[in-house]
Design a protein around this ligand. Structure first.
Ligand code: HSE
Length: 323
């Protein structure tokens, strides 16, 4: 006898109360695109665990790996999470555990990983009330707390994966950009801390028309190179005539690392975010490894400790991990 309509087709919605996630490190600016371009890395990142609670609000219950504030309004994950909660109709709250691998003040998006991770995970736990585009402004509130400016060039690639362009901040218009398969990043992180807020204070607020022309030519060239899988064009476009000459002075051995990377075959090399990390892009993992060795040789003669990461581009952004 056929089952009466509706029987045997019981649909249940299983909502998880807890989620563990990987939050990628990111390279912002990418030489020519100060505050507008960014890309997510695959092999470096934080982990977070978020849990729904009946109690309203956000509690940060554990932070490992870095000495960061547990108070919700002083922590970037708390600040972005509160912006998310304010905008949705959820009646409960969240607990957050943060396991940091990305050091604060490293220039590879430490605050962005926590800010974007918090809102991405909350959105998952509530069955995605918001699109990824809609999550970006919430995550930007964490960046506002960290650096005084709500820039999106780290949180956008952390959320979307791959490369992103912030075409406009007002209104916010974030464009995900494809990444060529063989593109690898090598990042050397000198173990000194440069606060983004400090490295923004030293920048000039006016630029010459001559430098503007060079810079927007390169932004267009880089975006075109990424769409066309044109590695040479990507390399030619990795120039920064405005920010690098000022900020590179804060980074020990910057010029030597850059020359060594390019002489070894890197497509280009520049400051990662607000530094002190230095990134190079290469075509293929082999060259990326040789570039790592060349960067290492420069730093052997400098009395500053360092870490080196080699990573392919992360194209999916923040992802769920097995519990
Ligand atoms: N665009 C920001 C800056 C990125 O360079 O200040 C900070 O990681």
């Amino acid at each position: 006898m056929p089952a009466p309509k509706g029987e045997g087709t019981l649909i249940t919605t299983v909502m998880n109360n807890e989620i563990k996630i990987f939050c990628p490190a990111t390279i912002a600016n990418i030489s020519c695109g100060f505050d507008v371009l960014g890309v997510a890395l695959d092999s470096v990142g934080d982990e977070m665990v978020l849990r729904k609670t009946k109690e309203k609000g956000i509690r940060i219950t554990k932070i490992e790996g870095q000495d960061l504030p547990l108070e919700t309004d002083k922590n970037v994950a708390g600040a972005s999470g509160l912006a998310f909660l304010d905008a949705c109709s959820y009646d409960g709250g969240f607990e957050i555990e943060i396991y940091k691998n990305i050091k604060a003040g490293s220039g590879i998006g430490s605050s962005a990983a926590s800010s974007a991770g918090a809102v991405w995970a909350m959105n998952e736990l509530l069955n995605k009330p918001f699109s990824i585009h809609e999550l970006v402004p919430f995550a930007m509130q964490g960046e506002r707390l960290a650096s005084g400016v709500a820039h999106a060039d780290n949180v956008a690639p952390a959320l979307f994966g791959g490369f992103t362009l912030v075409r406009s901040y007002d209104p916010l218009d974030v464009i995900p950009i494809p990444s060529p398969d063989a593109l690898y990043a090598t990042v050397i992180h000198p173990q000194i801390e440069i606060k983004t807020s400090d490295s923004r204070k030293i920048l000039k607020t006016n630029i010459s028309l001559e430098n503007g022309i060079k810079q927007w030519g390169n932004v267009g060239g880089l975006v075109a190179g990424l769409f066309k899988n044109d590695y040479d064009l990507i390399g030619r476009s990795l120039e920064d005539h405005i920010i690098e000459p000022i900020r590179s002075i804060l980074i020990p051995g910057f010029d030597d690392v850059k020359s060594a990377a390019i002489n070894t075959g890197a497509l280009g090399c520049g400051i990662s975010g607000s530094g002190p990390s230095i990134f190079a892009f290469s075509k293929g993992e082999n060259i990326a490894k040789k570039v790592a060795q060349a960067m290492k040789e420069v730093y052997e003669n400098i009395e500053v400790d360092y870490e080196i990461h080699i990573s392919k581009i992360n194209t999916e952004g923040i992802r769920e991990m097995a519990p």
